[in-house]
Design a protein around this ligand. Sequence first.
Ligand SMILES: C[S@@+](CC[C@H](N)C(=O)[O-])C[C@H]1O[C@@H](n2cnc3c(N)ncnc32)[C@H](O)[C@@H]1O
Length: 185
Amino acid sequence: MARGYFGIGVEGISKPGNMGSLLRTAHAFGASFTFAVTPFLDTREMHLVDTSGSENSIPFYTYPDVASLVLPADCCLVGVELLDEAVDLPSFRHPTRAAYVLGPEYGALSPSLAARCQFVVKIPTRFCINVGVAGALVMYDRMVCLGRFAERPVRVGAPPKGVAAHGAGTQKVRNRQRNIAKGSA
Ligand SMILES: C[S@@+](CC[C@H](N)C(=O)[O-])C[C@H]1O[C@@H](n2cnc3c(N)ncnc32)[C@H](O)[C@@H]1O
């Protein structure tokens, strides 16, 4: 498990299917809370889509407007939007304590919410993708960056046996990986 925590939410969401799918994915990736700012949806339908039953395990907050959005004091708000000036997600260092916020199906993050974000990140795609998919990619990227996994090997395939889950590995394995990279193993 990575240190810290994260929450994820959407502004102005209107399709219960998208919100339910995001809640289910957030539950699976270990989100600490989820939220919706100015939602326009049937929450009953949303919970039907979220077959993981996240409402029993993760708090879901709704805020009627941007001004009422409250986060823990040390929680960094990160906007997710396909904007020229946004930071490419693969180049972004995730904050230890973060709340990610996505925009509505038909539009983008409002200027007032974008102004509250400390960072805005974009997934380098040719055009906008589904909001639930965008949220899933952000959570996956966070897990890859902050999770404790063995490093990817130099060669195609799985890491050699014995590589520690946090990527440190034993000295013997590290030497072997170096030799493989140099072509001498
Ligand atoms: C379907 S998109 C919004 C529609 C879009 N503005 C359009 O009409 O072309 C919904 C939300 O998904 C997120 N999103 C979709 N693609 C994205 C990308 N490539 N990078 C970052 N966020 C993205 C953003 O939060 C966006 O507001």
